[in-house]
Ligand binder design. Structure first.
Ligand code: 5RP
Length: 226
């Protein structure tokens, strides 16, 4: 199976998982990226079964709207029953690195408001130790050089993602060479640097369930302590 076929399979597994939970008042959080796009496309068939969505990026909002799915501003809702999104890396504790698509801040905000975070990923995203995928950090543009110097103190190599402006009019620094054993602590530490909006570690709010696409089928994993 190709990686896209695995992504499509987990997107369908997520639809099967959420379908019995949908009610006419459900408001769903929707992620960003190619796996989330497969989920959005499949969600169109269920649009009579829930009230609306909240998107974690302008791109996802546009895709949802183009399929006739209602999109609300997060400020209009009190909370979300569930959030479905992909990941760049995920470990056994269902801590993740996200932000490969530069949507990490809105993804983290939408995830924070959701009762349940359902991560959908192909098996290439599952790792023992987070950090092989460069950790994205969203930064206020004027702080870029300062934040780079501070991140380099972690012993990492920092690469400015040229030409990318986020939905929040900020920039992305990709931090290479980390081996992340204390994800929650590192997430908090990096977020303390002045000028950082947020970083792509999702450890304070990990996923609740991971639907992992493998050639042998979709595996369902629940968070366990590492
Ligand atoms: C976007 C993200 C995505 O969830 C992550 O990059 C995974 O993307 P894909 O499903 O395309 O592999 O965090 O900011």
């Amino acid at each position: 199976m190709t990686q896209d076929e695995l992504k499509q399979t987990v997107a369908q597994a997520a639809l099967d998982y959420i379908a019995p939970k949908l009610t006419p008042t459900s408001i769903l959080g929707i992620g960003t990226g190619s796996t989330a796009n497969f989920f959005i496309d499949g969600l169109a068939a269920y649009k009579q079964h829930f009230a609306a969505t909240v998107a974690s990026s302008e791109a996802s909002a546009q895709r949802l709207a183009s399929l006739g799915i209602k999109v609300l501003d997060l400020n209009e809702v009190e909370g979300l029953s569930l959030y479905v999104d992909g990941a760049d890396e995920c470990n056994a504790a269902l801590e993740m690195i996200k932000g490969g698509g530069a949507a990490l801040t809105r993804e983290k905000i939408v995830a924070a408001t959701a009762d349940e975070f359902i991560c959908i990923a192909d098996e290439s995203k599952m790792v023992t130790t987070l950090g092989h995928f460069p950790l994205p950090v969203e930064v206020i543009p004027m702080a870029r050089a300062y934040v780079t110097r501070e991140l380099e103190k972690l012993g990492a190599t920092v690469v400015y993602r040229q030409g990318v402006i986020t939905d929040n009019n900020a920039v992305i620094l990709d931090v290479h060479g980390l081996s992340i054993t204390e994800a929650k602590a590192l997430e908090a530490q990096i977020n303390q640097i002045a000028g950082v909006i947020t970083n792509g570690l999702f450890a304070a709010r990990p996923a609740n369930i991971l639907l992992l696409g493998t050639p042998a089928g979709v595996k369902t994993l629940y968070a366990k302590n590492t």
